[in-house]
Design a protein. Structure first.
Lengths: 174, 174
C-alpha cells in the first residue's frame, strides 16, 4: 500500500496557472490515459483519495457528467460545501488521522493525494508520502500554483514518454 | 544555427536553491556528460555563449582550475568585474545587439544561453530563443531561482534518461 501524489504539471513545476486561464495549457496537450504511467492504470490501483478545497471546487466546476470517482474521497477543508453527489467526506482533522482513515478505506490499495501541492506537502511533513507520479507538459507557465512547495530528495523509478508528456515515477528517499 | 538554453533544474523548476545551499542538490546527482543530451555533445556544437552577472559570479566562485570555456563568452551586466582570465566580454547593450554579436562570434555554430532564467526570458521576449535543453534532477527544492519566468509553448524533440536525470530537448513554438 503506497501513498502517491499523481499530477500533471508544467515544465517549470506549476500544477495550475492563474485562475482565469485555468488548465487550458494542459488541455491542448496530447496524452493517452491508457498509455504508460497513464491515469487508467494508476487509478485502478487506488482505493481512496484526498484533495484540498481548491482542487475539489475545481472538480465541481469542471464536472461534465456524474461525479468522477467510484472510491471514497476526502476533502481537507474548513469550508462548507453543498451536499456532494458522490462519496465525499469533508474533514479538518489532523493529517495523520485523515491518512489513517484513507488507508482503512483503501482496503489494501493505494492512497492518492490529488493535490494541491501544499496539501501533499503536509502529508510529506508527517512522513506519509511514498511516491510522486508527474506528467510534465511541454510548456513553461512562468507562474502559478506550485507542484510541491517542499524540499524532497527523490529516486527515479521510471521515466517514460506518453504523447506530449514526460512521465516520471519517483520514490521519496527516507 | 540555433539559440539554445541548456541547464539543469529541479523537478519543480528551479535552477538554484537558496544562496547558502548553492548547487549541492545537483552535485549529488549522477549524470554522464558523455551520455545522451549530455554536456559534451551539446557544447561541441556551441560557438559562443552568454550569461548574466549572477551566473558569471557563480562560475568565478566555483572555478576549479583554468577558465572553463574555449569559446567567446558574453556577460550581460552593468556591474564591474575584475579583468577576466578568459575571452569574456561585458555588455549592457540591448539584447538583440548582443544576440547579433553572439551569432557572429559563433561562426555558424549554436549560441548557448547559459542563464539565469530571466536573461533567457529576455532573449525569448525578442523571439530569439529556439530550443530548451533541460536535465531535470530527481529532487524538489520548493523555492529558488526559476527555470524561465515566462509563458512559452514548446514542442518536445527528445526525451531521454541520463543517470538520475530526465533530459528533455524542446523547440519553442512560433
Amino acid at each position: 500500500m503506497l501513498t502517491q501524489y499523481f499530477t500533471a504539471c508544467s515544465l517549470d513545476g506549476f500544477i495550475a496557472s492563474d485562475p482565469e486561464d485555468g488548465l487550458t495549457w494542459l488541455e491542448v496537450c496530447d496524452g493517452d490515459p491508457d498509455g504508460p504511467q497513464g491515469y487508467n492504470a494508476f487509478i485502478a490501483e487506488v482505493g481512496a483519495l484526498v484533495m484540498g478545497a481548491t482542487t475539489y471546487q475545481w472538480v465541481l466546476d469542471h464536472q461534465d457528467g456524474p461525479w468522477p470517482y467510484e472510491i471514497p474521497v476526502w476533502v481537507v477543508t474548513h469550508r462548507t460545501f453543498p451536499q456532494p453527489t458522490g462519496d465525499v467526506r469533508f474533514s479538518s482533522a489532523p493529517i495523520p488521522e485523515i491518512h489513517t482513515a484513507l488507508v482503512e478505506a483503501a482496503r489494501g490499495r493505494n492512497v492518492w493525494l490529488a493535490g494541491g501541492g501544499d496539501l501533499v506537502g503536509q502529508f510529506h511533513d508527517h512522513g506519509l508520502l511514498d511516491e510522486i507520479w508527474v506528467q510534465q507538459a511541454p510548456v513553461m507557465l512562468g507562474a502559478g500554483a506550485p507542484l510541491l512547495p517542499r524540499r524532497i530528495e527523490l529516486e527515479q523509478i521510471e521515466l517514460v514518454e506518453n504523447g506530449d508528456f514526460a512521465c516520471r515515477r519517483l520514490r521519496v528517499k527516507r
